[in-house]
Design a protein around this ligand. Structure first.
Ligand code: 13P
Ligand code: SF4
Length: 309
């Protein structure tokens, strides 16, 4: 009898489908994934694949981005519950109010936003290229949404050269970390390097040894030879580092660093999505066109400038 993994692989071949998995997913998903990585890497893979179907093991804004980049492909989200609390913190009405309060300033949206929000913004960014995008947009001031912490981190990284006015969104998972958690972790593991995601609170980032996107955190581990690392982002990153670097020791800064939205997908869900071809992402033409302009601007800026990515 075929195992579930074998059945998924056979269905993928039959339907010319690929599975894209974010590195916050349950680690079992990697067994059937064609590509595993951060949101920027996955959006590049979505753009480049020749597959007819994309199964997005991630959250809905990521599947929407894949659909925008590959409109001719069928993009499926295995579980409809996989939203993003941060992306849901701003709707178009709220964005319009935010822009009206700060007129004539370009709006930069984090990729963690809906297609409808992207459609109203000038340029998109991911945590891997946010500094690059804001720096090279050529503006003295930008609006940044939805994440206030990523926006303020970008402003600090640019030495205050660009004023970043942020919307008050945040990630509830990363905000579970408090500065006292960093101190407690330092006391418990004084030699361990603390690696934090810029969605964490600014005070947490200040106390960390390194701040970067999920990919940058993984690259940091690959490119350094410390023995211990403390991971201050979602548990999926810790799980994969532990699996891939047996000669290093990893600690998860807090065991509640889990994004439930990312964890819905099981192998069963991926199998069912492939078999039944559900749940398909659809976007209306006008929203797609305007959201694509916002995403294309990001690719345009980052292809010209090599800082970050
Ligand atoms: P990355 O852009 O680093 O993949 O992060 C996405 C995310 O949702 C972080 O919470
Ligand atoms: Fe959204 Fe936070 Fe989950 Fe990332 S970790 S998908 S920002 S809720």
């Amino acid at each position: 009898m075929n195992t579930l993994v074998e059945k998924i692989k056979a269905l993928k071949e039959e339907k010319n489908a690929v599975v894209l998995a974010h590195c916050y997913q349950n680690i079992e998903v990697d067994q059937v994934a064609d590509f595993v990585g951060d949101s920027l890497y996955l959006s590049r893979m979505a753009k480049d694949t020749n597959a007819d179907m994309i199964i997005f093991a991630g959250v809905s804004f990521m599947a929407e981005t894949a659909k925008l980049l590959s409109p001719e492909k069928k993009v499926l989200l295995p579980r409809l519950e996989s939203g993003c609390f941060m992306a849901d913190m701003i709707n178009v009405e709220q964005l319009k109010q935010f822009k009206a309060m700060h007129p004539n300033i370009p709006a930069v949206c984090y990729v963690n936003s809906t297609a409808a929000i992207k459609a109203e913004c000038d340029v998109c960014c991911t945590s891997s290229n946010a500094v690059n995008v804001v720096k090279n947009l050529g503006a003295n001031e930008v609006l940044f949404l939805p994440d206030t912490y990523l926006g303020k981190w970008v402003e600090a990284k640019l030495g205050g050269k660009v004023k970043v006015t942020t919307y008050n969104g945040f990630c509830p998972t990363h905000l579970r970390l408090r500065p006292e958690d960093i101190e407690a972790s330092r006391n418990a593991h004084p030699k361990s390097k603390i690696l934090a995601h810029p969605e964490c609170h600014g005070k947490v980032c200040e106390l960390a040894d390194f701040v970067g996107s999920t990919k940058e955190i993984m690259d940091y581990v690959q490119n350094t030879s410390f023995k211990e690392y403390t991971i201050a982002t979602e548990k999926g990153v810790y799980d994969r580092l532990k699996r891939d670097y047996k000669d290093k020791t990893f600690y998860l800064l807090k065991d509640t660093l889990v994004c439930q939205n990312m964890k819905w997908n099981s192998l069963d869900d991926i199998y069912n999505a492939l078999l039944r071809e559900e749940h398909e992402i659809t976007l209306d033409e006008s929203t797609s066109e305007r959201a694509m302009a916002c995403i294309n601007k990001m690719f345009e800026i980052t292809s010209k400038n090599t800082l970050g990515v």
